[in-house]
Design a binder for this molecule. Structure first.
Ligand SMILES: C[S@@+](CC[C@H](N)C(=O)[O-])C[C@H]1O[C@@H](n2cnc3c(N)ncnc32)[C@H](O)[C@@H]1O
Length: 256
């Protein structure tokens, strides 16, 4: 119905406005209109996690789960955050992987990249970098990261197959992906599906849960499991799920 570039322009504009302090999320799935800390604790962040971070990163957050907390990150790992926004999850991941590890956030909204870089400077996080780019065409080498996280972003993509294909490409064999995202539990009204504002608010582009999981499997991931699922959110039949999936240790290898 909409050209992919039209959707992306609407999404980019929406999140650029969020950096200017305008409410991001009507008719929202992702994020909130006010009281960032309360919203973040409702979706799984702890007060101690949030207390350690620059207020700018906390106030810019627009997620729907806490994928970092469920990623079992280990010191020294390389982490990629798809759609890193204001940088909250990347900064939390950076604390967990420590100075021997590294975190790369990718986002297509320049204003968000600037905010995230500023927060990283304030947090003295030397092991985090933010790259401008699209998650359908990641600016990373093949098999270069141990863990992918993402928080309320993939629903915004008009080409979710490409996102999961790219995630699979850049993960090392045996690597894992933990994503929180919005999925639907029933048909959305036609006017919602046709609304660019609803798409940018994390509702209009959401897939039905099983279709979402199937796209992850089609990209080559195995052991796809739903770790968490929220109660229905708001007036539309949507929920937030956190999914874990693994890239097999040996892909496409033939036995001699
Ligand atoms: C709902 S916000 C979530 C931000 C962050 N993950 C968080 O939890 O606060 C969505 C972010 O994804 C970015 N984004 C959306 N579609 C994208 C795409 N196709 N490629 C790269 N970034 C994208 C937006 O610019 C925005 O910063």
């Amino acid at each position: 119905m909409w050209e992919e570039e039209t959707i992306k322009a609407a999404v980019r504009e929406h999140y650029a406005k969020l950096t200017q302090g305008k409410s991001c999320c009507e008719p929202a799935g992702c994020g909130y209109g006010s009281s960032a800390d309360v919203h973040l604790m409702q979706i799984g962040y702890s007060a101690s996690e949030l207390g350690d971070l620059p207020q700018e990163a906390v106030s810019m957050a627009a997620g729907c789960g806490n994928p970092t907390a469920l990623s079992e990150l280990r010191p020294g790992e390389v982490v990629l955050d798809l759609g890193s926004g204001g940088g909250l999850d990347a900064l939390l991941a950076a604390q967990r992987v420590g100075p021997q590890g590294r975190v790369i956030g990718v986002d297509m909204t320049p204003e968000m990249i600037e905010r995230a870089q500023e927060s990283a400077r304030k947090a003295n996080a030397a092991n985090v970098e933010f790259r401008f780019g699209e998650i359908e065409d990641l600016p990373l080498e093949d098999a270069s990261v141990d863990v992918i996280i993402s928080n309320c972003v993939i629903n915004l993509s008009p080409d979710k197959e490409a996102v999961f294909r790219e995630a699979f490409r850049v993960l090392k064999p045996g690597g894992r992906m933990i994503v929180s995202d919005i999925v639907t539990q029933d048909e959305l009204p036609k006017f919602v599906r046709e609304s660019l504002a609803a798409w940018a608010g994390c509702v209009g582009g959401a897939l039905e849960q099983e279709e979402y999981l199937q796209k992850i499997r089609t990209a080559g991931f195995v052991d796809v499991e739903v770790l968490q699922k929220s109660a229905p959110m708001g007036v539309f039949p949507i929920v937030s799920i956190t999914v874990r999936a693994v890239k097999p240790s040996i892909t496409g290898a033939r036995m001699a």
